[in-house]
Design a protein around this ligand. Structure first.
Ligand code: IPD
Ligand code: CA
Length: 265
């Protein structure tokens, strides 16, 4: 597993280097839907990551945001790759974006690497080995009241037409807590829960490449990641609804998402 982690870190740093070289110089922006942006840097960064992983682990399966799914020969491992999580931020030179690389083994998320090249912050975690920011172990916060929590959420690109409910929740929870951030990178949202910068994050219909790595990082930092029903989400669906917290406010956040009142303390 150490070799696996070392290769994932190498791939994340290589992709992050390309992002640093190209931020502010991206050429044409393409669209994968009305509001879902993609740049040639997303595609090039993904190819860098896949080449490094394929050289070392040719039998593993891959699910990557830009090139989709490719099967492995005989491995029970599957990589979740988001070459740029926060593409809209990247395209606007808004400095919150990252590389996200997660690994599922035998049906379980076991490794997560998230690299923010602008801040030079490498978040990583391995099953049973804790969660780390660069060389320092990280832990979730100890805040116990949702009313005293800072949260984050996101809105997937198709949500403008289909999902008024998360905007209503965004307003309601903003008004009754320390606030809700909308940073535009689900992978970083999860890492910020893991290192105690926020207490919780939720999003509907988020793709596995956005949250595979961050889920391991939150869990290894002592937090909790589930679906909005409090149960483990199913890795056989590419899109999931996710709630991630420091564990202490988990039930309160799930309650608030289903309409329960939020106590101040
Ligand atoms: C998006 C970001 C955003 C989330 C969207 C994702 P992308 O990923 O993670 O925070 O709200 O649902 O699609 O498009 O920047 O890779
Ligand atoms: Ca993404």
């Amino acid at each position: 597993m150490d070799k696996t982690k070392e290769v994932a870190v190498r791939a994340a740093r290589a992709a992050g280097q390309l992002m640093l070289e190209r931020v502010g110089d991206i050429g044409k922006i393409d669209y994968k839907g009305a509001f879902n942006l993609v740049t040639d840097v997303d595609k090039a960064a993904e190819q860098i990551i896949i080449k490094i992983l394929r050289e070392e682990f040719p039998d593993d399966a891959i699910l990557a945001e830009e090139s989709g799914a490719s099967q492995g020969n005989n491995s029970n491992r599957r990589w979740f790759i988001d070459p740029i999580d926060g593409t809209t931020n990247f395209a606007h030179s808004y400095p919150l974006f990252c590389v996200s690389i997660g690994l599922e083994e035998a049906g379980k998320l076991v490794l997560g690497v998230v690299f923010n090249p602008v801040a030079n912050e490498l978040f990583w975690a391995q099953d049973g080995k804790g969660a780390w920011l660069n060389n320092t172990a990280i832990h979730v916060s100890k805040v116990i009241a949702l009313g005293e929590s800072l949260l984050a959420t996101g809105f997937h690109s198709a949500s403008r037409a289909t999902e008024p409910s998360n905007r209503e929740l965004f307003m309601h929870i903003t008004d009754t807590t320390h606030g809700v951030r909308r940073d535009g990178s689900a992978a970083l949202d999860l890492c910020f829960v893991a290192c105690g910068r926020t207490e919780g994050f939720w999003e509907k219909q988020i793709s596995l490449w956005d949250i595979g790595a961050g889920t391991v990082i939150v869990r290894e930092a002592g937090g909790q990641v589930t679906g909005p029903n409090g149960k483990e989400f199913d890795l056989s669906n590419i899109k999931v609804d996710i709630v991630a917290t420091n564990g202490l406010i988990h039930d309160q956040l799930i309650g608030a998402l289903t309409g329960a009142p939020i106590a101040k303390r």
